[in-house]
Design a protein around this ligand. Structure first.
Ligand SMILES: *[C@@H]1O[C@H](CO)[C@@H](O)[C@H](O)[C@H]1NC(C)=O
Ligand SMILES: *[C@@H]1O[C@H](CO)[C@@H](O)[C@H](O)[C@H]1NC(C)=O
Ligand SMILES: *[C@@H]1O[C@H](CO)[C@@H](O)[C@H](O)[C@H]1NC(C)=O
Ligand SMILES: *[C@@H]1O[C@H](CO)[C@@H](O)[C@H](O)[C@H]1NC(C)=O
Ligand SMILES: *[C@@H]1O[C@H](CO)[C@@H](O)[C@H](O)[C@H]1NC(C)=O
Ligand SMILES: *[C@@H]1O[C@H](CO)[C@@H](O)[C@H](O)[C@H]1NC(C)=O
Length: 485
């Protein structure tokens, strides 16, 4: 009750925001101020260079069958909603509201001069494992359902599409499910029309991975995939090859260990060839199984070195991507440390050799045990503020039966929630979701806050109910970024 009230307030408080920077893990809003609702999606570029983002549409309390929503953008940061690209149809065998319509991707069929949407089509118990096809003459849709088929007679679960920029050929990329006979990821070419699969080009045999995507450089292909931990994030891996048919390398981890790919799952990637630079974007999902509809997006540049055969997904709290030149730059912010902040109640500063200044603020709980950062410089305009935190639950929840951290068979929890109040003004309570990190791992998560102009602002963080407890995560520091232009 309290939580939902606070949450509504927070949403209203931020509704007028327009985004120019890319801020991984923030509540991304479209040009109407609504949450961007396009999960596990893909971005297709039309002939005018406009970006079209297709993804799973999810509303509160509903997991599957929400249909496919579509948004357009000129800069990958400002998104306009165009409603459903594929709307569920009551009683339809494959796109009924109870059906699985997952990981949609759209490609242009030159041969048929129309757009083809493909996705993982299934019934609610994942018993069909098919690939759906729908078509439209215009990229924004609406798309008309064509069929849902077994790829070359096999099973298909997590779905991706890759188009080779050198010859325009498109490929279907899919895991073949969790059964013992499955547990592979297939890379299979489409026919010329992109209406059927053609032949298996490579099988990533028995690695038991999912959420596949391929990114192509001038010399290499890198196939990124996640492990299978449901909505819990894990360490995404990549394979490298000179050609799609292989040989492919051993899988390797693409982000700092134990960050679980900055709390995200792979799913899509994009090559942005600008006038000055080619940038590779990792486009992952930050799932939240406690409120799936509210899951976030983690889009980050990948640094690829074909000579060393390495690929790293690199974290930026806030960055500016120029899709014309292909350049991006991280925005510089001002840091305020937990060791200098004021604690109240049972919150305290504890030795932590991995934290800034060897100290982290812990014990943040409910209304009374809080931490306040003071002397913060603001501009009077909305600004992104990143909260660097540690959540030691390790995807378990200590107080729950069987739920001790990192424990086999344990129940699990994905995040704590803190409240954030600026200048003691409790009429605007922002909710800060702090997903599990690992012990000793500090990650950041952003909120957009409006601070007063000048250097006298305070930011107070308290603990909120997350469904289990009032614990807030430990805080290392906050970074305040300049407003968007
Ligand atoms: C490109 O822009 C033109 C002019 O605005 C428009 O008529 C056309 O439909 C656009 N093409 C695509 C593929 O969206
Ligand atoms: C899904 O399909 C499988 C295979 O046909 C079937 O066994 C299962 O009962 C179906 N589930 C539902 C909810 O219809
Ligand atoms: C799918 O492929 C796997 C090997 O990847 C094979 O063992 C299995 O029998 C195939 N399933 C079907 C239905 O063809
Ligand atoms: C699905 O529809 C496409 C386009 O009409 C067609 O080429 C393909 O053969 C169909 N697949 C099956 C299995 O019917
Ligand atoms: C925090 O304050 C709110 C509003 O006064 C109250 O409803 C809530 O129960 C308090 N939470 C705790 C953990 O004391
Ligand atoms: C916030 O309230 C505390 C005590 O409740 C007070 O010490 C502090 O000065 C207030 N800060 C601001 C910015 O009003």
């Amino acid at each position: 009750m309290l939580f939902s009230q606070l949450f509504t307030t927070a949403l209203l408080g931020a509704a007028t925001v327009s985004a120019k920077y890319i801020v991984p893990g923030a509540r991304w809003r479209d040009t109407n101020g609504d949450l961007v609702n396009a999960h596990a999606g893909g971005v297709t570029v039309d002939k005018n260079g406009t970006f079209w983002w297709f993804g799973e549409y999810k509303v509160q309390g509903q997991e599957e069958g929400g249909g496919v929503s579509v948004y357009s953008s000129e800069d990958l940061a400002t998104w306009t909603h165009h409603g459903f690209a594929l709307e569920p149809i009551e009683g339809h065998p494959y796109i009924d509201p109870t059906a699985i319509i997952q990981r949609p991707k759209v490609v242009y069929s030159e041969a048929l001069e129309q757009y083809h949407m493909w996705w993982h089509a299934d019934n609610s118990t994942y018993g069909l494992l098919l690939q759906g096809l729908a078509t439209s003459k215009t990229i924004g849709g609406p798309y008309t359902f064509v069929n849902a088929t077994s790829p070359l007679g096999n099973w298909s679960q997590d779905f991706g599409i890759f188009t080779d920029y050198k010859d325009g050929r498109s490929y279907s990329l899919y895991s073949n499910g969790d059964r013992k006979e499955g547990r592979d990821v297939y890379l299979t070419s489409f026919n010329e029309d992109i209406t059927d699969l053609d032949e298996v080009v490579h099988r990533f045999d028995k690695y038991d991975l999912e959420a596949p995507t391929i990114i192509q450089t001038e010399k290499s292909y890198y196939a990124l995939m996640s492990h299978k931990t449901g909505y819990r994030p894990n360490n995404v891996v990549a394979f490298r090859a000179d050609s799609l048919a292989g040989p492919w390398s051993q899988p390797f981890i693409v982000s700092p260990l134990n960050t679980r790919t900055y709390n995200s799952q792979s799913g899509f990637s994009m090559r942005i060839k600008g006038t000055k630079k080619t940038t590779y974007l990792y486009m992952g999902d930050q799932w939240d199984s406690n409120s799936l509809w509210e899951s976030r997006y983690i889009w980050l540049p990948m640094e690829i070195d074909d000579r060393k055969k390495t690929l790293d997904v690199v974290w930026y709290d806030v960055y500016d991507l120029n899709v014309q030149t292909g350049e991006y730059k991280g925005i510089q912010g001002k840091t305020y440390y937990g060791k200098d902040a004021v604690v109240a109640g049972n919150a305290f500063k504890q030795e932590a050799n991995f934290a800034s200044g060897g100290v982290i603020v812990t014990g943040i709980y409910g209304n009374d045990s809080s931490v306040t950062f003071e002397g913060i410089e603001g501009t009077g305009k909305p600004q992104w503020v990143s909260f660097y935190y540690q959540n030691t639950d390790d995807m378990g929840f200590g107080d729950q039966p069987g739920g001790t951290p990192d424990r086999i068979g344990g129940t699990w929890q994905l995040r704590r929630i803190s409240s954030v109040v600026v200048n003691n003004d409790t009429s605007i309570v922002h909710t800060l979701f702090q997903r599990d990190t690992h012990k000793g791992i500090i990650l950041s998560t952003p909120l957009q806050l409006t601070l007063e102009k000048g250097r006298k602002n305070s930011i107070t963080v308290r603990g909120l109910w997350n469904g289990f407890d009032y614990k807030g995560a430990d805080l290392d520091r906050i970074v305040v970024y300049p407003p968007e232009k």
